[in-house]
Structure formats: structure tokens, C-alpha cells
Design a protein around this ligand. Structure first.
Ligand code: NAD
Length: 487
């Protein structure tokens, strides 16, 4: 049961989390609550000295604590204890999430905190089950592939679902025997800090998880380039992912996992169950008010089904309950900032000025905070930013097609390939679509991630490099050493 709460009564963690305790700093970044635009806190910015302290603390903790060398079951048990603590502290984690971010309390407790605990437990299971291999070689030799942790890995996360993004990074890194230095988004530091605190309470040695606060250009750039960071795992925009690659190329080349942006299509065939499709399409764009990387922002619908589908979609997209993120009745999120809501409005206005029809919504809600109406745009010009750019808001474009090949052509985006949805009751058509669509994930007759953490997530094209979740995330936190022994 999730209750409405008063954000003034929730104490906020203060400072960076380094070596198992808080390190305060000068509060430089003002934080505004998206629900009511109230400036409620300020956060420090870790400079190169603080980043260096976090990285050296992590390296020392690996030496001192035996985190890498202990029995893998011991590591797994500590991580499982951490997962249990996350569950028992779900309310407070959810509150810290909902004060700073756009996640309504009903979702941050029952989905974000709960899923984070599940995922930590999922990765803990790999600690004592995934290892190296013995391989066939000449009979007078023994060939082995050893699988070893990197040491200290660096991670950077976005603001849109901060708690689960932190879990995606910390879970596999620690299960694989690494220590981590993580920088959460400057907009949403608090739930990640408390998550780390719970890790220490669960028995993860001090210094194995370190959280440094700050912006991308200062703290993020120092972290990425630090010579003590052996591997980087980043989730955020494609632009920032590119900056990280350039930074690494100039500083010190190291492995990177990049989970980046998207402009995902949802293809509705004439054979679809139209009510199911409309419900899923609406949820695929309105969850977190479109501020999810996999937001299904481009609807591509069969001409023959257009009228029935549009009527159903308008109905589904009108069922939303905006409100304060700390009110348990809220099911529709605010936008993260004034800057971002202005950007969304600008893109919608430009599309309309160039001939698009605004079928639903199209403007800011008349209330405090940063709320934007669920919006449907039809007849959008092919080169309009509404159709080409990741909007990261509750805005869906609708295009129509006459035959399957036209649908696949429209589904392809020149830059992105993160996810896609397909709606049809024809199994062969579904399989043709799955093969034709260029995306790292394709959902059929549903949209959005499930709790099947075994399914990896990651993009094709400029939507990313490598995967989070699944076995792949654990493996990407280890490096392989080939060994050949002459007998
Ligand atoms: P962002 O790229 O602006 O910031 C993400 C993080 O990177 C923040 O912590 C930021 O401080 C840091 N950062 C920014 N520039 C940096 C730099 N030059 N060097 C190092 N760090 C830097 O993204 P955002 O606005 O926080 O999040 C929204 C974006 O994240 C969207 O594009 C969304 O699609 C993407 N995202 C992707 C996934 C995925 O799994 N593919 C999941 C969630 C969000």
C-alpha cells in the first residue's frame, strides 16, 4: 500500500557517498521539484579531487575487503541481503525518488523499488554460477578461458528512472566482483545515495559502492577519463554518449557500454485487436509522460484501420490523472524541467506550423509544475523534428501505410534503433515484422519492459553499444583471459 506523503517530512541524504560515509560539499546545483517547481535542495559538484578520492577508495576497498577474492556465494548472499533491505525500505526509496524525479509515488514504490530489488537478486545469482571455460586444444596442452572482474568500474545514469538505472549498473558490476563509482543525474541524486547506504547496511564493504554527485561536464567527464576507472557503463542521451566516446579516445581508451536514446515505432496492422493496440500504444507513450528511452513515439498504422484506431487511441490517451508525484492518486508524470517542457512545446508548435494536425493536446497544462498534455500529431512532415528527434515527452506522431513493406520502411529511423512494438493477430505477419524491424527489442501485442530480467536491453545503431540486464550485463562486467598450459 502506497500512501500520499509530505515531501517536507522526508530527510534528504547529504553529500557524496564515499568509502561508506557522506562527504559534504558546497551546494552548487539548485534542485527544483518537477511537480510544483519548488526549489527544495541543492547538490554539490564533485571536482577532480573528489572523483579521485572516490576512485582510490574503491581501489583500496577491493584490495582490503576481499570482495573480488571471497567465495562467490558469500558475495551473492550479501547482494541478496541488500535486495531484501531494498524491499523493506521501498517506501523511503520511493519517496526520495518521487520528490526529485517525475515518478509518481504509486509507481516508484510498487515498480521502481520492487524491480530494483528483483534485479539485484537476479544478478546476485550469477556470482556463483557464471565462470570461465575449459576449451579443446592439442592433447598436450590445457586451454582455459578465465573470466575476471575489471576492478573499479565507472557508471553514469540519467534522471528518468534513477533507482532502476542505478540497480542496472551496480547489480551486475558488484556480482561480477568489481567496485563501482557511480554518478547519478544532477537532477535526481537522493534515491541512489540511499540505495548505496542500504548496500553498506547489508554488508557490502565500505568503498565498494561510491556515489559522486555533480553535472556531466565536470564530474561525469572526470570520472570517465580517470585512469583508475577500467570500464564505463553509461545510460543517457546519444549526444552525451558521443561526448564520452570522444573523451575516452583523448584520455585513455577503455571498454564502454552505452545505453542511449530512441525514437521507437509502434506498428499497428489491420489484423490487430484495435482496443488492445490502442491501450498498449497509449501506455507506451504516456508512461512517465513519455520520458522513457523506449517511449513508442512513432505510431505507424494501416490505412484501413486508421479511423477505428485513432478513436480508440484518443480515448486511451485522455485517461490520465496528473498530480503531485507524492500524491498516491497521481498516474501521470510531470516533465523534468522548465527547459525540457519548453523544448517539447517548441517541437509541437513547429510541427503544426509546418502543416501537422494536432489531434489531441499540444500544450502545457494550466497548473503549477511542468505538465504537458498527452499529444497526438498527424500529417507530420518527414523532416520535422517531431518525427526525427527524440522528444522525451508525451507526444506521439501517427503515420499510415498501405502495405507491409511501406510499414517497415517507415519504421526504420536513420539514427535510432532502440525498441519497437508490433500489433497483429497474424503470427506469420508478426514474425515477418520482427525480422524486418531494426531495433534491439521488439514487443508483439504488448509494449514496455516486463519483469523478465533475463531479456537484455540495448540499442541498434546510435541507440547504444552493448546491453544492460540479462546474462550480457553480468558478462560485460568481466574480462576474459586466455590461458594455455603445456602439460
Ligand atoms: P543526459 O545524456 O543529458 O544525461 C545522462 C547522464 O550523463 C547524467 O548523469 C549527466 O550528468 C551525464 N552527462 C551528460 N553529459 C556528459 C558528459 N559529457 N560526460 C559524462 N557524463 C555526462 O540524459 P538525461 O537527460 O539525463 O536522460 C535522458 C536520456 O537518457 C534520453 O536520451 C533517454 O533515451 C536516455 N535513456 C536511455 C536508456 C536506455 O536504456 N537506452 C534508459 C534511460 C534513459
Amino acid at each position: 500500500m502506497t500512501a500520499t506523503f509530505d515531501p517536507r517530512n522526508v530527510p534528504l541524504p547529504k553529500g557524496h557517498w564515499i568509502n561508506g560515509r557522506y562527504l559534504t560539499g558546497v551546494p552548487l546545483i539548485e534542485l527544483l521539484r518537477p511537480s510544483d517547481a519548488f526549489a527544495y535542495a541543492a547538490s554539490p559538484v564533485a571536482d577532480d579531487e573528489v572523483v579521485d578520492l572516490a576512485v582510490t577508495s574503491a581501489a583500496a576497498a577491493l584490495q582490503r575487503s576481499g570482495w573480488t577474492t571471497c567465495r562467490p556465494t558469500e558475495r551473492a548472499n550479501i547482494l541478496k541481503r541488500w535486495a531484501s533491505l531494498i524491499e523493506t525500505n521501498a517506501q523511503r526509496l520511493g519517496q526520495l525518488e518521487s520528490i526529485a524525479s517525475t515518478r509518481p509515488i504509486a509507481e516508484s514504490v510498487s515498480i521502481d523499488a520492487a524491480v530494483t530489488a528483483e534485479q539485484i537478486r537476479f544478478f546476485a545469482e550469477f556470482a556463483d554460477k557464471e565462470g570461465g571455460d575449459v576449451v579443446p586444444t592439442d592433447s598436450d596442452h590445457l586451454g582455459m578461458i578465465l573470466s575476471e572482474p575489471y576492478g573499479v568500474v565507472g557508471a553514469i545514469t540519467p534522471w528518468n528512472v534513477p533507482l532502476s538505472m542505478a540497480g542496472w549498473k551496480i547489480g551486475p558490476a558488484l556480482a561480477a566482483g568489481n567496485a563501482i563509482v557511480l554518478k547519478p543525474s544532477e537532477h535526481t541524486p537522493f534515491s541512489t545515495l540511499f540505495l548505496a547506504e542500504l548496500g553498506t547496511e547489508a554488508g557490502i564493504p565500505a568503498g565498494i559502492i561510491n556515489i559522486v554527485l555533480g553535472d556531466g561536464l565536470t564530474t561525469g567527464a572526470h570520472l570517465v577519463a580517470h585512469p583508475g576507472i577500467a570500464k564505463i557503463s553509461f545510460t543517457g542521451s546519444t549526444v552525451a554518449g558521443g561526448a564520452i566516446l570522444r573523451n575516452i579516445a583523448g584520455a585513455q581508451i577503455k571498454p564502454v557500454t552505452l545505453e542511449l536514446g530512441g525514437k521507437s515505432p509502434q506498428v499497428v496492422f489491420a489484423s490487430a485487436d484495435i482496443e488492445v493496440a490502442a491501450h498498449c500504444v497509449a501506455r507506451g507513450i504516456l508512461l512517465n509522460a513519455g520520458q522513457t528511452c523506449v517511449a513508442g513515439s512513432r505510431v505507424i498504422v494501416a490505412k484501413t484501420a486508421e479511423d477505428a484506431f485513432m478513436a480508440a487511441l484518443k480515448r486511451e490517451m485522455s485517461k490520465h490523472q496528473p498530480g503531485l508525484t507524492w500524491d498516491s492518486a497521481t498516474n501521470y508524470s510531470p516533465i523534468i524541467s522548465e527547459r525540457q517542457i519548453n523544448r517539447i512545446h517548441g517541437i509541437v508548435e513547429a510541427a503544426v506550423a509546418h502543416g501537422a494536425e494536432c489531434v489531441l493536446g499540444g500544450k502545457r497544462l494550466d497548473r503549477t509544475g511542468y505538465f504537458f498534455e498527452p499529444t497526438i500529431l498527424a500529417g507530420v512532415a518527414a523532416d520535422s523534428p517531431a518525427l526525427t528527434e527524440e522528444i522525451f515527452g508525451p507526444v506521439v506522431t501517427v503515420q499510415t501505410f498501405s502495405d507491409e513493406n511501406e510499414a517497415y520502411a517507415l519504421s526504420r529511423h536513420s539514427t535510432y534503433g532502440l525498441a519497437a512494438g508490433v500489433y497483429t493477430q497474424d503470427l506469420s505477419q508478426a514474425m515477418r515484422a520482427v525480422k524486418q524491424i531494426e531495433a534491439g527489442t521488439v514487443w508483439v501485442n504488448r509494449y514496455g519492459r516486463s519483469r523478465d530480467h533475463i531479456l537484455p536491453t540495448g540499442g541498434y545503431k546510435a541507440s547504444g553499444i552493448g546491453k544492460d540486464l540479462g546474462k550480457e550485463a553480468f558478462r560485460s562486467n568481466r574480462r576474459q583471459k586466455s590461458v594455455l598450459i603445456k602439460i
